[in-house]
Structures are given as C-alpha cells and as structure tokens.
Design a protein around this ligand. Structure first.
Ligand code: URA
Length: 204
C-alpha cells in the first residue's frame, strides 16, 4: 500500500525532493531508522551510482557511502579516475534496514516491497539527473533499476536497460567485496575496478 501525505506537492527540483524524502513514511523502514539518507553529488552529473541502502554509519551521519563500503567505493573511483563531485550517488532504498543484536545493528537487505515503494524517490532523482549512464552496485540496485531480479553473477560487467530506458552497467556491491577473502576478494575487487573504469570511458 502506497502511503503519501496528501499535502505534498510534486517536487520540482532535487533539493525539494530531498526535503520531502526526509519525511517519507511510504514503507515501515522509517520507524526504526535514524533518518532518510538522500543522494549526494552533482544533480546534473553524467553518471549516477546506485547502491542498496544506507548502512549503520550512513544512517547516523545522514550521508550515503561514508562507511566501510563507501570508503572502498571512493578509493576505487579515484583509481578509475572518477571524480565523486561529478557523480550523483544514491541508494535504491533510502532508510537503513537492520536487526538489533546487542549494541550492534546488523544490516538487512530490503525486500521487494520496500524497493518498489522507494522507487518513487529513485525515479524522481533519475528525472532530475537524467544521467547518461547509471552504475548499479549489487542485486538490489540492479533490480530497482531494471526490474530484473535474476542473480548478478552472469550479468556483472554488462549494460542493461533501466525501466526508464537508460543504460545501466551492473557491478558488484563493495560490501560484497569486503565480505570475501583471499583470491576471491582480489578477483571481485579487480572486476569492480574494471567496471568503474568502463563507466568512466562510457561517459567520456
Ligand atoms: N552501502 C550502500 O549500498 N549504500 C550506502 O550508502 C552505504 C553502504
């Protein structure tokens, strides 16, 4: 069920969309999360990078990609020659989803309903940015953008069509790389770096 505050008008720019999103109650994730984590960067960027959802640090700071996975993303972007100030970075879902375990909050993957409810905001962001290319990191972003829920492994490194028609390059989520070890981590990191380099070439 889509819940929308009746007094909300259609936002006309990124800033007002972000302000409306800060009051979002479309799904139940708003209740336990600290705050909405809106996208950041250049709203006129040629490249949009989409992750899954804010993590613990992002939830506390109110900014996307500031925790360990975000740091890996930023390091790899630098290697690929991608300037974070020339990118719009956001998430498929804009509230942190977690289960409490003692003092820790353990990240949970958003479900299909949460992803679909939050697509309202992703679509708005896409309408404002109109990126030439979108990089989908991980299966949640890939599903939110393309509507295709099939496993990422055979799709990674390839370009698919977003539901709105734009090209979407699929890659690993950096938090996956952080969970792997040894050779598998090194291989996944190499592929992630290759995909970011391909993204840079595609917007050059
Ligand atoms: N992982 C994501 O997908 N997004 C963030 O903002 C942080 C970690």
């Amino acid at each position: 069920r889509i819940r929308q505050a009746p007094d909300e008008s259609m936002p006309q720019d990124m800033d007002s969309a972000g302000r409306q999103a800060s009051r979002c109650t479309r799904c139940d994730l708003c209740h336990a999360a600290t705050q909405t984590v809106w996208g950041k960067g250049d709203p006129a960027a040629p490249l949009m990078i989409v992750g899954e959802a804010p993590g613990d640090q992002e939830d506390l700071q109110g900014l996307p990609f500031v925790g360990p996975a975000g740091q890996l993303l930023h390091r790899t972007m630098e290697q690929a020659g991608l300037d974070a100030r020339r990118v719009w970075m956001t998430n498929a879902v804009k509230h942190f989803k977690f289960t409490p375990r003692g003092k820790r909050r353990i990240h949970q993957t958003p479900n299909v309903s949460e992803i679909k409810h939050c697509r309202w905001w992703l679509d708005l962001e896409r309408g404002f940015v109109q990126p030439r290319l979108t990089l989908a990191m991980g299966a949640t972003a890939a599903f939110a953008l393309t509507g295709n829920n099939r496993p990422l492994t055979p799709r990674r490194g390839q370009v698919e069509r977003a539901l709105d028609g734009g090209p979407v390059l699929l890659t690993w989520h950096p938090s996956l790389i952080l969970r792997l070890d040894g050779d598998r981590a090194a291989e996944a990191q190499k592929q992630f770096a290759q995909d970011l380099a391909q993204a840079r070439q595609m917007i050059a």
